[in-house]
Design a protein around this ligand. Structure first.
Ligand SMILES: [Zn+2]
Length: 466
């Protein structure tokens, strides 16, 4: 069998078809009115469950989770502001963004001046509806465009929010894919936003596709995919899984991955963990223009994973940085704002990061006194004139030089400036040629060619240090 990296395999697929598949799933999920609890997130999880093996957890209202408590469950059927004559001037059936998420029920008649404190708009984008929430302070409200607001006349309105806020459950889903090691890679996406495409659905669709893609593979790490309500979901999962959290070796929060912006990676709190370095290396070589952001304690669920008690090596991969693009948390973050090509491109970057994590390891040069004669082994090829060597040969020389037992392949990729995949190919070839020996995690050398320890490009034995 021809061994393949995850990235090579993704690159073997038609990116247009891949992008369309991701986009279509986002289209299917778009209409659902999600929130941090309730039937919207349940329906979303059950649609994900049709594609991957997802274990669903229901945590009762009132359950303490660290400093927080599982809130009441919120569900909504309808909401509107109606003119005395009966026409709806704001209608939840037209956009679920029209209701302040977690609004308490209301059914009353009131003047515009009494209604006004409950209305939210974005004056600088008069056509857009904002997305607002009030999870932890009981209140009700409507979100509408500034133009809708301006058209409201002084009169008595019938105001209705047909919602329930009652004891129930917080729901989340997880998909666990066992690998050779019980050490885990965590992929976390929030699933609590209503009809918003980039901030929410892009992460959900890509995480689902990655779980499908990794299922049934012979993996180095175990992979855990979490589909959770933002903040309270991550806190809940961590509170209930403190032992499992200790096995998380690397992690990525995925969000905002379908817009046309450059890719960004926000580092974990540690700042120099293996996943931070892997993501930086992949963005540098595969993403063109891209950005690396330092950790900050505001953002998505990396805030919880990187809280000081856990301090997990979890960063956040995104295109548009939440809060910095005008469409963020508005009705303009819709299906026109995300694009199949960008979704597919983001998936590809995730696969490349997993490749680094799966294959990063250390080797020892078995012939450390001066260079081994590569030409004699048909491993040396110069290209062109002068004394330039080609990328392949250069990668081999770097791997031989730095494989002193101290440097991982990622160290070598960083120092040489050569992309990780080329360094890994070089190491595999040198190992097959008997010039390198892989090291175990503790630095012990693997001697001989025992069963399971032969060079294997798909399933290298894990030996790296964070
Ligand atoms: Zn958001």
């Amino acid at each position: 069998m021809t061994p393949m990296s995850l990235l090579t395999e993704i690159d073997g697929k038609d990116p247009a078809i891949l992008g369309q598949e991701l986009y279509r799933f986002a289209e299917d999920l778009f209409p659902i009115c999600r929130s941090i609890t309730g039937d919207g997130i349940r329906r979303t999880l059950s649609m994900i469950q049709e594609r991957i093996h997802l274990q669903i957890s229901e945590v009762p209202t009132g359950t303490p989770v660290f400093d927080w408590t599982i809130p009441k469950e919120w569900n909504i059927r309808d909401a509107y502001i109606r003119l005395p004559g009966g026409r709806r001037v704001v209608d939840f059936q037209k956009s679920n963004l029209h209701v302040l998420s977690y609004s308490t029920p209301v059914h009353a008649t009131m003047s515009l001046s009494d209604l006004r404190p409950h209305l939210y708009t974005i004056p600088q984008h008069p056509d857009w509806i904002p997305n607002k929430t009030s999870y932890y302070q009981p209140q009700w409200g409507f979100c509408l465009s500034e133009n809708q607001m301006q058209a409201l006349e002084e009169c008595e309105y019938e105001v209705c929010i047909d919602s329930t806020l009652a004891d129930g459950h917080l729901t989340y889903g997880e998909c666990y894919l066992p690998g050779k090691s019980s050490d885990e890679v965590l992929i976390s996406s929030h699933a609590c936003h209503p009809s918003l495409a980039n901030d929410n659905l892009s992460g959900l669709t890509i995480a689902t596709a990655l779980a499908q893609f990794l299922s049934g593979r012979n993996l180095r790490y175990s992979y855990r995919f979490l589909f959770i309500p933002g903040t309270i979901g991550a806190i809940t999962w961590l509170a209930r899984n403190q032992e499992a959290a200790k096995r998380i070796r690397h992690g990525l929060v995925l969000t905002c991955l379908g817009d046309r912006g450059d890719l960004h990676y926000k580092k974990s709190r540690r700042g120099n963990s293996e996943v931070d370095r892997a993501a930086a290396n992949v963005l540098r070589h595969y993403a063109g223009s891209s950005g690396i952001l330092e950790f900050s304690p505001y953002g998505y669920d990396e805030r919880q994973y990187c809280s000081p008690g856990f301090n997990l090596a979890v960063g956040c991969l995104m295109r548009g940085v939440p809060g910095t693009f005008p469409e963020y948390h508005t009705s303009a973050d819709n299906l026109e704002f995300i694009h199949p090509a960008e979704l597919a491109g983001s998936l590809r970057i995730c696969a490349a990061i997993f490749d680094v994590l799966e294959c990063n390891q250390r080797f020892r040069n078995l012939n450390p006194y001066c260079e081994p004669q590569l030409g004699r082994r048909n491993l040396f090829r110069s290209t062109g004139g002068g004394d330039s060597v080609g990328l392949e040969t250069n990668a081999r020389l770097w791997v031989l030089n730095l494989s002193d037992g101290q440097h991982s392949l990622l160290d070598i990729a960083e120092r040489s400036g050569i992309r990780f995949s080329a360094i890994k190919e070089a190491a595999t070839l040198l190992w097959e040629s008997g010039l390198l020996a892989p090291l175990l995690e503790d630095g012990a050398e693997i001697s001989g060619r025992k069963e399971g320890l032969q060079p294997d490009r798909t399933t290298s034995t894990p030996v790296s240090r964070d």
